[in-house]
Design a protein around this ligand. Structure first.
Ligand SMILES: Nc1ncnc2c1ncn2[C@@H]1O[C@H](COP(=O)(O)OP(=O)(O)OP(=O)(O)O)[C@@H](O)[C@H]1O
Length: 199
């Protein structure tokens, strides 16, 4: 199975020029594709389009040759650089996690998510603790592709490598394909099976 973006054109409202102009990209099951490019080039925007979080583009996003299903737990999961923007600030984190269904307790331990974190609101955790929960939410057997948008930039090197280790192991186990958006050439060199440059 592959996730593909075919001939995508997109601009934000009010802008005269295309931000994305005839962009095509595909990610196959089990691949770790690094998406690399200068700041402001539209990498995060493309990630959001692939994950179905932005509409109003021209072109197609297909999963296994069909439009990505909507209205259910999405098989294409996006993890953002800013975890605080990805969760409901008024919900305790246990509720946020439960929304996606039952969670895997082994995965919780591997990611270093303490059970008492789940009884707290997002502003009662550090950025790194919150990001671990967002990673945990996105790693489910139903996930087919993961868009990881600078997911570890706010973490120290040890935590960064611990989290990527868990993500890559999980992806391998379930044949998940990953698009890793990063500025970090060292990280891309260590984790990616292929790199795509947006210039
Ligand atoms: N919601 C929005 N409305 C209007 N313009 C936006 C919006 N989000 C992003 N942009 C603009 O679109 C351009 C591309 O942003 P995007 O975040 O996709 O780039 P990027 O390649 O991921 O950048 P970086 O590497 O700095 O994260 C930027 O010029 C940004 O200011």
């Amino acid at each position: 199975m592959k996730l593909e973006a075919n001939h995508i054109y997109f601009k934000y409202g009010g802008s005269a020029e295309w931000l994305l102009e005839d962009i095509s990209l595909d990610i196959r099951a089990g691949e770790v594709v690094g998406l690399i490019g200068t700041s402001g080039r539209g990498k995060s925007t493309l990630g959001k389009i692939l994950a179905g979080q932005i509409g109003g583009y021209k072109g197609d996003v297909l999963l296994g040759g069909k439009p990505v299903p909507k209205g259910i737990y999405s098989p294409v999961q996006l993890i953002y650089q800013h975890p605080e923007l990805a969760v409901n600030p008024r919900w305790k984190l246990g509720k946020t996690l439960a929304e996606a269904g039952e969670y895997d307790d082994g995965l919780r331990r591997e990611l270093g998510v303490k059970t008492h974190f789940l009884d707290r609101y997002p502003n009662e955790l550090s950025g790194g603790e919150l990001q671990r929960i967002c990673v945990m939410r996105a790693l489910r057997p139903e996930t087919r592709f993961l868009i990881a948008d600078e997911i570890s930039t706010m973490l120290d090197v040890i935590t960064q490598s611990q989290i990527w280790h868990v993500v890559l192991d999980y992806a391998k186990q379930y044949g998940i394909g990953i698009l890793a958006i990063t500025h970090n050439e060292h990280l891309a060199g260590a984790i990616c099976t292929r790199k795509v440059f947006m210039q």
